[in-house]
Write a protein that binds this ligand. Sequence first.
Ligand code: ADP
Ligand code: MG
Length: 576
Amino acid sequence: TTSTETLEFQAEARQLLQLVIHSIYSNKDIFLRELISNASDALDKLRLESLTAPDRAVDTSDLHITLEVDKDARTLTVRDNGIGMTRDDVVELIGTIAKSGTAGLLAKLKETQDAEAAQSLIGQFGVGFYSAFIAADKVTLRTRRAGTDQGTLWESDGEGTYTIQEAHDLPVGTSVTLHLKSADTEDGLADYLAAWKIRQIVKQYSDFIRWPIRMAAERADSTDSTDSTDDTGGADEPVLETLNSMKALWARPRSEVTEAEYSEFYQQISHDWQAPAETVHMRAEGTFEYEALLFIPSQAPFDLFSRDTKRGVQLYVKRVFIMDDCEALMPNYLRFVKGVVDAHDLSLNVSREILQHDRQINAVRRRLVKKVLGAIKAMQATRGEAYTKLWEQFGRVLKEGLLEDRDNADLLLELVSADSTHDPERTTTLREYVARMKDGQDTIYYLTGETRSVVENSPHMEAVTAKGYEVLVLTDPVDEVWVEQVPGFDGHPFQSIAKGQVDLDRSDEDNEQAKADKDQREQDYAALLPWLEARLSEHVKQVRLSTRLTTSAACLVGDAHDLTPTLEKMYRAMGQ
Ligand code: ADP
Ligand code: MG
C-alpha cells in the first residue's frame, strides 16, 4: 500500500544544492548547526501550538533534540519531538525552495569567489536544510506532524531527485539521518561519527539553543573495561548527556557575560561570521518587564535595500520563541539591528497585528530606538573609527530615519556624516560644520548629485566656495529628500546652492557697490535676456543674470520648489 513517488527537485533547488555543497570550503561543520536549529524551531512551534491551541492534545512534557551515531551504518541522525511535517509540508518545504530570494541568491553566489561570504549568503537565505549534503551523500528524513497519524519518509542523494512515501509507526516529530561521506581532512570533512567532534560543534554553534540536545554517552568514554556489566545492565537505556548549556544569554546580568559569549550568540542568531560592531543589553523593570539584547552588525547585508529585507529582532515571551523579524519592535530604518527581546507580560497568542497597535510594545520600541541611537552616539564620541565604519555601512539607512522618525530627528542629525568642501579627505558632522560657519552665515549650504566629482565640479560651487563658504556634498539619493524635509540643524536651515536665489552677499559691507554693479549689468544685458528666453523657451522658465558664477558662462538652476535632477531621475526610474 505504500507507494513510493520519485519527484524532481525544482530546477533552482537543484542548482542551489550544488552551490551549497561546493561553496562552503572553510567550515563544513555548520550543517549540524542548521539541522539543530531546524529541530529547535520545530520544538518552539510545537510548544507554541500547545499553548495557543490547547484543545489539540500534544505531548510537550519532554521536548528535546537527540543526536544519534551509528558507526556501523555510518549515519548521524538529528531527531526532535517537535511539530513535524505533513507530506505536503515536506514537498513544499524540503523539495522546492519556494522562497522569493532564491534566484537572487544564485546570482550572488555565482558572483562571489569568497567562501566566507558565500557561507554568510547561504545563512541569510536560510537554505539550511540543504547543508546536510555537505556531509552526507544520502539524507533520509522521517516525520510526523503533531495531531496527525500519517508519517512521511523522504529520501534523496542530492543529485536532482528525491523519493517520498508513507511511513508507519513514526513518533511525532522529525528525524534527519545523514549517510555520511567518508572523512576527508583534505576536503575539510571531519569524522562526524566521533562523539568529541559532535560535542565540539554543538558547544560552538548551538550552546544557547533552549532545548536540551542529548547524545548517548559513548561506552568507551565512560566505562572503559566493564564490558560484562554493559550487557546485563541498562543496555536498552543508554546514558544520555546534554551537550548544550541552554543559557538564555539575555536573561543573565551584563556583568556575567563575556564579549566572546555575546559575539557567539550574535553569530548564532544572525548567521554572521564576524563579531558585532556594538552590543546593547538591557533589562526593563516595572509594569512591563522585558530584556533586550541587540546587536549592530559590522557589515551591512547585501539585501539591505531590497524590498523584502527582514527586520532582525526576534520576540520571545518568557523564553518561548514567538516570532522572527518582529517589525513592531524596530522601525524600518533600524532594520539592520539584530537581537532578541524577551517580554514577560505578553500573551503567547500575540499576533503581528496586535503588536503593531499595542501601547506597551510601542513604548518598548521607542526605548529600544533611543538605546540603539544612543549607542551609536557614544561610538561617535569615543570610538571614532568604529563609528566611521558603521556610518559607511549603515548611514544610508539611518538617514531614512530622518523622514520616518521625527521624534528622533535631532539625534539622528547629530549622527549624520557627510562629505564636504572643507576637507575632501574626510567627512564632517553637522556639528563640526556649524562650528566652522562664517560670521553672519546662518544657513547650511549643500549640493546634491550623483557622485562626488559631479557635485564638486558643478558650476554652482564656484561662487559659493570662492567666497569661502563650506558646502556639504550629498550623494545618496535619500539626501535629496531629507534635506528638504528636515527644518534645520541647531537652528540653521539647509539650503541647496542649486536652487532659487542664494544670497551670499547678505553679510558684505559693500552691498551698495554690489547693487550698483548689478544694476549696471542688468542694463547692459537688457536686450540679450529676453532674446535668450525666447530662443530657449522650450527648455527653461527664465533667463537671468547670476552672481553665482566666477568662471563658467552659464548654469542651470532649479526653482526653489523644483525637483532636483537626481530626484527627477529617481521618480522617472520608478515610473512616475
Ligand atoms: P529555514 O529554517 O530558514 O526555514 P531550512 O532549509 O533550514 O530553512 O528549512 C526549511 C523548512 O523546512 C523550515 O522552515 C521548516 O518549515 C521545515 N523543517 C526543516 N526541518 C524541520 C524539522 N526538523 N521539523 C519541522 N520542520 C522542519
Ligand atoms: Mg533552518
